[in-house]
Structures are given as structure tokens and as C-alpha cells.
Design a protein. Structure first.
Length: 598
């Protein structure tokens, strides 16, 4: 009895090629196991290789594609009787250990799958698994089915990369919003990548023999971005190393290894990102920046792109701006009720100044956008000046700064004041000029929102004074200072409890009164073994009262301001964090890490 074999060139004198447990490559190059003379075939067109599930057909990024039972495919498990076509040459796969399936029957099953509203497969399903293709950007994909099969790849290493990413997707079962949705790539101009590809195909119907196909890079980028959306990542890092490329995601503020890519697969990925972002693909030794977007589940996700030269090649970092992971309104910020009321009342004022302070990545801009959404842009003229514009708001005039053209925060703020604004969001107060203009605007009938890099709310006052702003301007214009940090929440699936240590009891003070135990992180597969899942903000709100203004005008010290705040509802960042520890939301170690407890 013969073993699995391939019948070659069915339209002429068919010949048989035995597998013998080794992969069979097909193409025009003489080094292939099955070389064919066909102008429509690539030099290395496809490969059939044994796997644990059976024999797998994979297209090797060929120019004209590989058809299985008259449907284009990227990767599929073969059944006996399946017919492949490469250009004009036809092949039949035969495995005597399987029941015979006629081509017509296989085509019928494939057509039934194609009409399914939820799933597109490259071949009819068989026992032991299914193979799902990502090749069609207009197809709707069932990612749960993807987890059971094999995504397309150009080589064995890339196949492992796809499988590893799919495993990461499976670790976020509580976030189903990406299921059964395709990820549409939009270039910097807003055009769909599919439309761009079609345009290039019309201009250049036949590519050069050695020009690489980008489909593998497109699929890999889609899968990585889907993984980021699934786990709520805020950044994606693609870092070149000596022999490979490491992809890492920032999840809940912590870097998590996602997948290791072979350099050829990573090169395709980087090329697709550069094309999407309108970045020169020939430049590799300079800093490059850009942006692109995707559309997923009816929502738009924006990405800021940054390329930086490193020892082993360019490092790529994508900042992910996904509104689904950000609070939309003041009520979503989890502010204490008295803070929420103060901020809402501020948003309804005609003049004044609200400053958000904290380090980079602490959510300052997100908070200010939540305040902006409380403002009726139909009745008030709202203008933002940002570097760059992060989220798009309907009815709001948003202006990006451009240092090369002289459009700095200061110059644009002067210009905007002549645009009859009611509300101005200024991305950041960086220098004396910008701070002075902003404060004068706040005193002359404008509501001004901005951010400052300062440790806490009290430090913000001294930061403004250090910039050279007159004390009377700070005292007269400033209304609220909101300091914040993002703190990780304990994973509800693996957290454990224990008695607080004497040092923790001493630091937490009244917040642990009557509490016999607090929770701490353990780590499980659902939280990437970190012990934390998700983040929320902790806040410190300083309300500038008349007493505080008098202190500022008298060359205030930190001790003077702290003494004045004792008579108010002022709560420090650490105290806000310890309140969450008492509620079992986070750990004492996390509060001390984020709030910098002395």
C-alpha cells in the first residue's frame, strides 16, 4: 500500500511524488522538490509539509497565490482528493489512510463555509482541527476559531510567532469585543489599506520577480494590533536583537513579552507600518515619526508611530490611543464625589484655570478630555492646542503644534485668543511665556485647561513660580489643581489576603482601622503572571481658596500650604491609594510604588 503522495500536472501525463515524511516545495526554481515550468508560478511558490494534524499546504508569499479547490488560500490542512492549482499546473493530494473526498464535494463544503456570516476558512473542516485564513481584508473573522487553527505564515518560525500571539489573545477571555470582527487598516490619510493595494495593483499589474509580497506583514500587524486591543495594551514595542526581534506590549503600565519574530517577518511588519504612516521606507538611520489608524468593532483606534535607530536596527514603538480603554466623562474617572462635583462645577464656569499634573503616562490628557466632553461644544467655542492631537472630538477645533513652522504653544495660544474662544485646552505649560499668557486668558473670560509636569498638586504651584510666573498671576488665575497617578488593580482571579505588616499599618494609619487583612498579588495566566489586571486613577485635588491665595502672594513655603490645607477636605495621593487598599482594590506595595510614599 502506497503512502501519502502528490499527483502532479493532472492536465497532462500525471506523475507521482511520494512524501516520505519530508516537506515538498513547489516552484520554478530548480532547487524545489517539484520544479515546474509555469510563468505564473513564483520561484518558491508553496510548500506541503507534515504536521501533527496532517499535511499542511502553505503559500510562500507567491506573486499569484495558491488555489485549493479553486479558492485562494494561505494555509490549509489537506484532505485526500484536494486539488491545488499553481498558475496553469494542477496537483492532487492523495492519502490512502483517509476516506476519499471528491473535489466537487470539497468545493461544496468550502462554498458553504464561505457563505457563513461568522467564519471564512481556506478549506473544508476536517476532524482534529480547522484552518482559518486572514488573507481577506474584507472578510469577517472568528478569532475563537483562529485559536484552534493555524494562521498563515511565510516560514516555520513565523508560524510559531502567529501561534504565540493567538495564545496571548486567548488569555483575555473577559474582553470579547474583538471577536468576529476584522481589523481594517487605515493609512495616515485615512484611506483603507485595501483601497491602496487595489490602486497599486491597477498601476502595476505585474510585480518584479524579487519584490516581496506584503500580505504576510499585513496579517502579522493585524494580529499584533488585535492582541493589543484584546488585552488593553497602551504601547507596542518592536525591538531588534542580534538574531531575532522581540515584540513587547505595555499592559497596565508593565512591559509584557508578546512574541519573538524572525527578522524576515519583522522586516515585513516594519515595512507595512511605514507605508501606513507615509514614512520613507529607505531611511533606517534617522528618527522617524508618523501615525495611522484602524477600525475595529465599529470604533476607530489611532496609533502614534516612532522609529529610533538602535544597535541592531530601528526600534519601533506604537502608542495606542483607544477610546475603549479610556474614561469618556467625568463620571467615569472614579473621582470621590466631592472632587467630581468640584470639577463638574469648574467645567460650567466662564473663566478660570484647571491644571492636571503628574508624570508622563499618568492619564492627564484623558482627564482633561473627559472634562471637555462635559462642555456643550454647540453653545461654546472650544479650541485645543496639542502636541500632537491624540483624540478627535466632534465640534471642537483641534490644533497641533509644529515647531518647524514656529507654531509653538505660546504663539498658537496668542493666535487662538483672537478666535473668540470660550474654552481652551492647552496641551502643556512648558515655559514662562505660555504660562503667563494662559493665566492672563483665564482671568479675562476664558476657561483654560492644561497640564503641568509636577510631582503633586502642591508642587504645581512651585513649578509655576519656578517658571518665572508672577505670584499674583498664579494666585488670581488658578482655581483647581488635580494631581493623579494610574494604579494597577489586583487580579480578582488570583489575589490573596494576609495580615498587614507593622510598617504597613503605621503608614496606612486610619485606613486600616478595623481591618484584619489586606490583599496582595499572586499571579496567574489571566493577568500575565503579574497579579494585576486593569488600572484606575487615584487623585489629589487642591482647591485654591482665598486663604491659599494669600499664602501664595506672601512667598509661600510647602509647610505653609500644607498647614492651610489641613482645614479642607484635601487628600494626598498616598491616602487615596490606601483607601483602595482597604477596599481590596490594590496592594500596599503598589500604592507605595506609584505614589512615592516616604
Amino acid at each position: 500500500m502506497t503512502g501519502p503522495h502528490l499527483e502532479v500536472d493532472l492536465d497532462h501525463d500525471a506523475r507521482r511524488v511520494e512524501f516520505g515524511g519530508q516537506p515538498i516545495t513547489i516552484g520554478r526554481h530548480p532547487d524545489n522538490v517539484v520544479p515546474i515550468e509555469d510563468d505564473r508560478a513564483s520561484r518558491f511558490h508553496c510548500v506541503i509539509e507534515p504536521t501533527e494534524q496532517g499535511y499542511c499546504l502553505r503559500d510562500l508569499d507567491s506573486r499569484n497565490g495558491t488555489k485549493l479547490n479553486e479558492r485562494s488560500t494561505r494555509s490549509a490542512l489537506l484532505r485526500t482528493g484536494d486539488v491545488m492549482r499553481i498558475g496553469k499546473t494542477r496537483f492532487r493530494f492523495v492519502d490512502p489512510s483517509q476516506p476519499v473526498v471528491e473535489v466537487a464535494e470539497a468545493q461544496t463544503e468550502v462554498e458553504a463555509v464561505r457563505r457563513s456570516p461568522n467564519l471564512h476558512r481556506t478549506a473544508a473542516p476536517r476532524a482534529g482541527g480547522s484552518v482559518v485564513s486572514l488573507s481577506g481584508p474584507d472578510e469577517e473573522i472568528d478569532y475563537n476559531a483562529l485559536l484552534e487553527g493555524l494562521a498563515p505564515a511565510a516560514d516555520a518560525a513565523s508560524t510559531q510567532a502567529y501561534e504565540q500571539i493567538l495564545r496571548e489573545l486567548a488569555r483575555a477571555p473577559d474582553k470579547p469585543e474583538a471577536d468576529r470582527r476584522d481589523l481594517e487598516l487605515l493609512g495616515a490619510s485615512g484611506r483603507s489599506l485595501l483601497a491602496a493595494d487595489e490602486g497599486r495593483a491597477k498601476k502595476s499589474p505585474r510585480r518584479g520577480e524579487d519584490e516581496p509580497e506584503s500580505r504576510g506583514g499585513i496579517n502579522l500587524l493585524r494580529l499584533l494590533l488585535l492582541a493589543c486591543a484584546q488585552v488593553g495594551a497602551t504601547d507596542l514595542h518592536v525591538e531588534s536583537r542580534t538574531d531575532d526581534v522581540l515584540c513587547r506590549m505595555r499592559v497596565d503600565g508593565t512591559m509584557v513579552d508578546a512574541v519573538t519574530l524572525p527578522k524576515p517577518a519583522a522586516a515585513k511588519l516594519v515595512g507595512v507600518v511605514k507605508v501606513l504612516s507615509d514614512i520613507d521606507i529607505a531611511q533606517r538611520l534617522i528618527v522617524q515619526e508618523g501615525h495611522f489608524s484602524t477600525r475595529l468593532d465599529g470604533r476607530r483606534i489611532d496609533y502614534r508611530v516612532s522609529f529610533t535607530p538602535s544597535m541592531y536596527g530601528q526600534k519601533l514603538v506604537l502608542r495606542i490611543l483607544d477610546l475603549a480603554n479610556a474614561p469618556q466623562f467625568i463620571a467615569d474617572l472614579n473621582l470621590p464625589p466631592w472632587m467630581s462635583e468640584k470639577v463638574k462645577r469648574m467645567s460650567r464656569q466662564d473663566s478660570g484655570m484647571l491644571l492636571a499634573c503628574g508624570p508622563t503616562g499618568s492619564g492627564k490628557t484623558t482627564t482633561l478630555y473627559a472634562v471637555l466632553r462635559e462642555i456643550d461644544a454647540r453653545q461654546r467655542n472650544v479650541i485645543t492646542i496639542e502636541d500632537p492631537v491624540e483624540y478627535h472630538l466632534d465640534g471642537v477645533t483641534q490644533i497641533p503644534i509644529d515647531q518647524q513652522k514656529g507654531n509653538t504653544f505660546g504663539t498658537l495660544l496668542r493666535s487662538v485668543l483672537r478666535q473668540d474662544p470660550d474654552v481652551i485646552l492647552l496641551g502643556e505649560v512648558r515655559d514662562q511665556e505660555t504660562a503667563s499668557i494662559a493665566m492672563q486668558a483665564a482671568m479675562t473670560g476664558h476657561l483654560l485647561l492644561s497640564t503641568v509636569h509636577a510631582k503633586d498638586s502642591i508642587g504645581t504651584i512651585f513649578r509655576l513660580l519656578d517658571l518665572g510666573v508672577e505670584p499674583y498671576l498664579v494666585a488670581s488665575s488658578l482655581n483647581l489643581v488635580l494631581a493623579q497617578r494610574l494604579i494597577r488593580q489586583l487580579c480578582p482571579h488570583c489575589r490573596s489576603e494576609r495580615k498587614p505588616t507593622p510598617q504597613q499599618t503605621l503608614r496606612m494609619g486610619r485606613f486600616v482601622e478595623g481591618i484584619s487583612s489586606i490583599f496582595y498579588p499572586v499571579g496567574c495566566s489571566r493577568c500575565f503572571d503579574t497579579g494585576y489586571a486593569g488600572r484606575r486613577a487615584i487623585f489629589e485635588l487642591l482647591v485654591v481658596t482665598d486663604d491659599l491665595r494669600d499664602i501664595i502672594l506672601k512667598n509661600a513655603t510647602i509647610a505653609d500650604i500644607r498647614e492651610a490645607l489641613k482645614l479642607t477636605m484635601f487628600t494626598t495621593l498616598a491616602q487615596a491609594g490606601y483607601q483602595l487598599v482597604a477596599e481590596g482594590v490594590t496592594s500596599a506595595d503598589e500604592v507605595e510604588r506609584v505614589a512615592g510614599v516616604e
